[in-house]
Design a protein around this ligand. Structure first.
Ligand SMILES: *Cc1c(COP(=O)(O)O)cnc(C)c1O
Length: 420
């Protein structure tokens, strides 16, 4: 599908007068409409809840919007728990899906009374050592082997560090029941960025059958099943786009075939989507500041991989629109680069684009999740601002850009001459 930015050249110029590029911008209307579509797709399940994966877009203004749309938070660290708490998201509005968990983090999760998702059976003793075990505990499953859809291998759970085996889950449940736990959740995250409508229904089928077996083996009450993240987005124009309504109905079919006949029709479905909730509703807006002509044609941006790591790290495709040239023919081929002293700092390699001039503004698409969040400070590059585009077209700075003072804040400069 043709990828159309949610921002015009005029709007980008208006914002740039107040907030210099580069910045990430988020589309409030898109975020809300998508969150509502997800809720609608699972409305057949009374307990359904999306716990937004905070790591995808850790900004309180974004969490606030999602909270208003009925979402909770999925946190993995102490700091993410603090962020959720700051927005008033606590207790069972949070699921804590951590791994290699420090004691401080687990303490905070217990103090907030959140759902705790244990990555391993050895965490039962860890949890018990910190105080009374919560009434509801979630366990993360790893089925091993490969995860396939049809004939396609999607991922290799046996190589993944997460989760525990079925036997370990049964053992952990039995121990936890002796320690006072009464209700259990089951969680698994087996494939990432899937663009087929089959992923969630297939995963749900596996987890529902697992729930039936674990109930038989232990007698435990399973209260929720957490399908975690993994629904992807169409980063490339030619990729299919997931249809959340079809996905919701696919999960429902499995639910009615497996859980309901086993008397387990009270189970709530949880999700921990990150990418699906936010990626398409963010752009990285950047200005072209240089061009060069050597063995290839290059255009250089004021943004770099420190603002968006995915292309450098995974070779990931992010679509680029030159604002104001949406309908121009793509008769030039460019490498679009940032200014890090790293040759992998390229947003696009040999990409067909319209002719680009210095001063043009580009929108790099699908940066709303795992975009700003994966930023870093290599080469002394500073993190950018984040801007929220409201439904009425007005905009709001929701995180200012870093300054050199922020970058140096962890040094004691009293013996040196910074800024003097
Ligand atoms: C990263 C993560 C998610 C979100 O994944 P997406 O691919 O963004 O949907 C959900 N749950 C857990 C435990 C994660 O680590």
């Amino acid at each position: 599908m043709k990828k159309v930015p949610f921002i015009t050249l005029e709007k980008a110029k208006e914002i740039r007068e107040q907030i210099p590029t580069p910045f990430h911008i988020y589309d409030e209307a898109g975020i809300r409409a998508n969150a509502r579509a997800l809720k609608e797709a699972f409305s057949w399940n009374p307990g359904f809840r999306e716990y937004f994966a905070v790591k995808a877009t850790p900004n309180p203004y974004i969490l606030q919007i999602l909270k208003e749309e009925g979402c909770g938070c999925d946190c993995a660290t102490y700091t993410e728990l603090l962020l959720a708490e700051a927005v008033g998201i606590t207790g069972h509005d949070v699921i804590f899906s951590s791994n290699v968990t420090p004691e401080l983090d687990m303490h905070k999760a217990l103090e907030m009374g959140v759902y705790i998702n244990l990555d391993d059976a050895t965490y039962v003793d860890f949890l018990a050592s910190l105080g009374p075990v919560p009434e509801t505990v979630c366990l993360r499953y790893n089925p091993g082997g490969s995860f396939t859809l049809g004939n396609t291998i999607m991922d290799m759970p046996r190589d993944a560090k997460y989760g525990m085996t079925e036997d370990q889950m049964a053992g952990a449940i039995t121990r936890l029941m002796k320690l006072g736990a009464k209700h259990f959740g089951i969680h698994a995250f087996l494939a990432s960025n899937t663009t087929t409508n089959e992923y969630y229904p297939t995963l749900a089928g596996q987890l529902f059958r697992l729930a039936v077996r674990l109930r038989s083996a232990t007698g435990a009450h399973i209260s929720f099943i957490d399908l975690s993240g993994g629904i992807g987005v169409d980063y490339r124009p030619e990729q299919p786009r997931c249809d959340i309504h079809i996905i919701g109905e696919g999960v429902r079919t499995q639910y009615e075939e497996i859980l309901v006949p086993n008397g387990m029709g009270d189970i709530a479905i949880f999700t921990e989507l990150g990418r699906f909730m936010l990626a398409p509703y963010g752009h990285l807006i950047s200005t072209v500041i240089h061009e060069k002509h050597i063995y290839r044609e290059y255009v250089g941006l004021d943004a770099c991989a420190a603002n968006l790591m995915r292309p450098a790290m995974y070779g990931a495709y992010h679509h680029i629109t030159v604002l104001g040239k949406e309908d121009a023919i793509l008769d030039h081929v460019y490498d679009v680069t940032g200014g890090l002293c790293e040759n992998n700092d390229k947003f696009a390699i040999e990409r067909s684009l319209p002719e680009i001039q210095i001063g043009d503004i580009v929108a790099i698409h699908d940066t709303g999740a795992h975009g700003f969040a994966m930023g870093y400070n290599y080469n002394g590059k500073l993190r950018s601002a984040e801007v929220l585009l409201h439904e009425d077209g007005s905009f709001q700075l929701i995180r200012r850009a870093e300054t050199p003072e922020d970058y140096f804040a962890t040094f004691d400069f009293s013996e040196f001459h910074f800024g003097k």
